[in-house]
Write a protein that binds this ligand. Structure first.
Ligand code: HEM
Length: 114
């Protein structure tokens, strides 16, 4: 695609940039999880766990853990952001995570259904 690189150059894909491409993810900064119900993404459009033969080995465990933690916490507590200020993702090692200023407070403990 018109780019030349020296032999042995390391190239890394920016998963963050891919997931914020305006043509694939309009208004990508908006929290809208239902977008995954409205469209299915090709393996080269959505790659949180990488791809090819080095794809994450723990993806199934990670997805299960996330669902269990979200369901356990959200069915027990009503949470709210501590401060409503714009926040940018922060680099943590090789990954991106919420910044240190990201805090949530428990507003209410929800009654158990069963
Ligand atoms: C949300 C959680 C996780 C995310 C977003 C994630 C993401 C990734 C990504 C992007 C890669 C690189 C793939 C590549 O080089 O193309 C990777 C590799 C890897 N991940 Fe994960 N991962 C997660 C959780 C886990 C867990 C829970 C485990 C183990 C229990 C795990 C084990 C591995 C291993 C062993 C590799 C290296 C695979 C290889 O190089 O052959 N990951 N992960």
């Amino acid at each position: 695609m018109g780019h030349a690189f020296e032999a042995s150059t390391w190239l890394m894909i920016s998963i963050y940039s891919l997931h914020h491409r305006e043509d694939l993810y309009p208004n990508s900064k908006q929290f809208k999880p239902e977008k995954f119900l409205q469209k299915s993404y090709y393996p080269y459009e959505y790659i949180p766990f990488g791809g090819g033969n080095r794809r994450c080995l723990g993806s199934a465990l990670a997805l299960l853990e996330m669902k269990l933690v979200a369901a356990t916490v959200l069915s027990s507590f009503q949470l709210e952001l501590a401060r409503y200020t714009p926040m940018l993702p922060a680099r943590r090692g090789l990954t991106l995570a919420p910044p240190a200023s990201f805090k949530m407070v428990v507003k209410r403990k929800l009654a158990k259904v069963c």
